[in-house]
Design a protein around this ligand. Structure first.
Ligand code: WT7
Length: 646
């Protein structure tokens, strides 16, 4: 028996969507999607040219295309700013708290509009025009949102790179999309320590030829080397820039942004979203999943370097005229009460965070939570990875004092916004279940052959039809887009996740079924970590798999075969860990490195990852059939020398 948490009476009374309305809207979107989405898009967004075509979609190879509102035009920044000015220009758009708890900024819609116009004019003055790519490498400061919206205002395509990525990772992402301009800061601040952002950009740009200009925002004010002719102090450029800038009407299908994410093979891919469908999805899910009301304070803890930050720190809330809290720091600094202190200080009504953060805070006990009030909280949310029922109950009972529903939102960088999620006034909750599809989402569970499973079932999760927030292509590689998502189960979008549907029709995401691992809610391609390892001159071969990890959800377990004659020492192990951090960034830090004289391979040379996964999970009795291995003996050595995580 799973626990069931019915909709609290207060929520049943207040919510925009109750159970009956959910059913009616779900049916309307399914049965007449054209009418449903036309109405939503007209009601929620301001169009400079109204669309007449709602959707034009085919997932088939011959006429593969995904278009929504294709003949309409709009500007995303105007939808997030200008249209709010008359009614709520003086209301707070961004409530910012710095890493240092004494640093606060409150930015109204009017001020944000001016900041965005000014930066848009600066971008123009450095030659950025519609369609150009701009890379943004910033800490969690309001200027990150300003930079994104400034690009959107003039039709430039932004590519935000998370501030925790290394110079090599930045370089790869700049080269892939040929950015002409980079927006960064002198330094970022995290838990009282400075992060050398500008220095990382300098290092990255040694390998990039496309970048003509680097705009440097002063965050800490420390002096950083400035390369003449390339680097510009943003404050200097901004003083002469006008605070008015007309927004450029864009086709609904013009690109809005590229966001790199890891896949099961190759380098990270540039997931591309367009303006119309994406903004509609971000705005509508933000309003209905969180039942957002004017005046409430919405806090999504994600960094803008991830899609969660794009959709629920910037685009969704601002399109809805919300007040969004933006936090620069980390949950446990300077104290383990920090998150709850922020909730109290800013009277946060909705908190949207990741299971990994909750597990870390739960370890500190209830004291750091219960010493705060949290009375302002009405709704809680999670995203990024399956939440274990224990963490769910702690979040519900201790953080929310049993009063706040939890929306466990399943989605992906590719989907633009929440896809399977409870609506707080409509669905009874089950700890660990993402429950029901959002409007217009057609999930199916299929077996390995693609046969659709009905009723209670477990298998692979596909989405049978398009939705407005769907990614449109992999930047620069449309063939890879089709290949990655539409060939495993022809005619359907394959998510890469496994899922179970219970007898009530609720979905439970079981995790990735491909070679992608989920470390603290962040996606890592095992292939990427392997490539980083084999770049080291002492490494012959490497295979990386996920392992269970109490805090991170999954940890990184790397099997490494050294070159002949190289001695396997603890020092080398430490060196390789450092190497991977340097190549990709701290989020890719291996938890375990096991030196392996040989890897389990089939006679055709394919590594049998299934066996490596079992060993990493310490399920050495469940290795399965090893008889097809070229050398079954390697398995004994791997088992005998298994490394237990610290
Ligand atoms: C992968 C997508 C969604 C934005 C943040 C991550 C996993 C995400 C959940 C959830 C179980 C989840 C999936 C998915 N995932 N949310 N609520 N329950 N798993 O975006 O980096 O594109 O990762 O995160 O495995 O495929 P992302």
């Amino acid at each position: 028996m799973t626990d069931l948490y019915p909709v609290p009476p207060a929520w049943a009374a207040r919510a925009r969507v109750d159970a009956a309305k959910y059913d009616a809207m779900y049916a309307a979107a399914r049965d007449d999607g054209e009418a449903f989405w036309a109405e939503q898009a007209r009601a929620r967004l301001d169009w400079t040219t109204p669309f007449t075509r709602v959707r034009d979609v085919s997932f088939d190879k011959q006429d593969f295309r995904i278009e929504w509102f294709g003949d309409g035009a709009l500007n995303v920044s105007a939808n997030c700013l200008d249209r709010h000015l008359a009614a709520r220009g003086n209301e707070v758009a961004i409530l910012w708290e710095g890493d240092n708890p004494n640093e606060q900024r409150r930015i109204t819609y009017r001020q944000l509009h001016e900041m965005v116009c000014r930066m848009a004019n600066v971008l123009r003055s450095y030659g950025v025009v519609k369609g150009d790519r701009v890379t943004i490498y910033l800490p969690m400061i309001p200027e990150a949102a300003v930079a994104m919206l400034a690009c959107a205002r003039i039709g430039a395509i932004h590519s935000v790179v998370f501030g925790g990525f290394s110079p090599d990772a930045i370089a790869g992402r700049i080269q892939d999309c040929d950015s002409k301009l980079v927006i960064t800061a002198d330094e970022g601040m995290r838990a009282g320590k400075a992060v050398p952002l500008k220095a990382n950009v300098d290092e990255a740009l040694k390998h990039c030829t496309s970048v003509e200009t680097v705009l440097v925002i002063a965050r800490t004010g420390t002096a950083v080397p400035m390369q003449a002719g390339r680097d510009v102090a943003y404050a200097d450029a901004a003083t002469s820039a006008s605070i008015s800038c007309a927004s450029v009407p864009m086709s609904a299908e013009d690109p809005l942004f590229i966001l790199y994410t890891s896949g099961s093979t190759g380098k990270p891919k540039g997931v591309l979203h367009t303006g119309g469908g994406y903004l509609l999805w971000a705005a509508m899910t933000h309003e209905l999943v969180f039942d957002y009301r004017q005046g409430e304070v919405f806090w999504c803890t994600a960094d803008v370097g991830w899609v969660t930050g794009h959709s629920y720190v910037v685009y969704g809330p601002l399109a809805n005229g919300a007040t969004v809290l933006m936090f620069e720091g980390v949950p446990n600094w300077p104290t383990t009460s920090r998150m709850w202190e922020i909730v109290d200080r800013h009277q946060v009504t909705t908190l949207f965070t990741a299971p990994t953060a909750l597990r870390a805070l739960m370890r500190e006990g209830d004291g750091p939570v219960t010493r705060t009030s949290r009375k302002s909280l009405k709704l809680l949310g999670t995203v990024g990875e399956p939440i274990n029922p224990e963490a769910w109950r702690w979040y519900h009972d201790v953080v929310g004092e049993g009063r706040c529903p939890i929306v466990d939102t399943w989605w992906q960088t590719e989907t633009g916004g929440a896809m399977i999620t409870p609506l707080p006034g409509a669905h009874a909750l089950k700890p660990g279940s993402a429950t029901r599809p959002f409007f217009g989402v057609a999930p199916e569970i299929v077996d390995a052959e693609g046969v659709v499973q009905h009723g209670a079932a477990e298998g692979n999760l596909v989405i049978a039809d398009s939705w407005p927030g769907q990614m449109r292509t992999v930047y620069g590689d449309h063939a890879r887009f089709f290949e990655t998502y539409f060939t495993t189960y022809p005619g359907k979008y394959f998510t890469g996740d496994g899922a179970r549907r219970d007898a009530d029709g609720d979905y439970w995401i079981t995790g990735r079924v491909d070679d992608v691992i989920n470390v603290s809610g962040h996606r890592m391609g095992t292939a990427e970590i392997e490539s980083a390892l084999v770049l080291h001159h002492k490494v012959a071969e490497a295979a990386v798999v996920g392992m269970p990890h109490d805090l991170k959800g999954q940890g990184i377990y790397a099997y490494v075969t050294l070159n002949a004659g190289v001695e396997a020492t603890p020092e080398l192990r430490a060196e390789l860990v450092k190497w991977v951090r340097h190549e990709i960034g701290p989020i890719a830090t291996p938890d375990v490195i096991q030196f392996a004289p040989g890897l389990p391979k089939t006679r055709s040379g394919k590594i049998m990852r299934r066996i490596l996964r079992k060993i990493a999970e310490n399920q050495v009795d469940a290795l399965g059939d090893t008889s097809t291995l070229a050398d079954p003996g390697v398995v004994d050595d791997l088992v005998a020398n298994r490394v237990h995580a610290a």
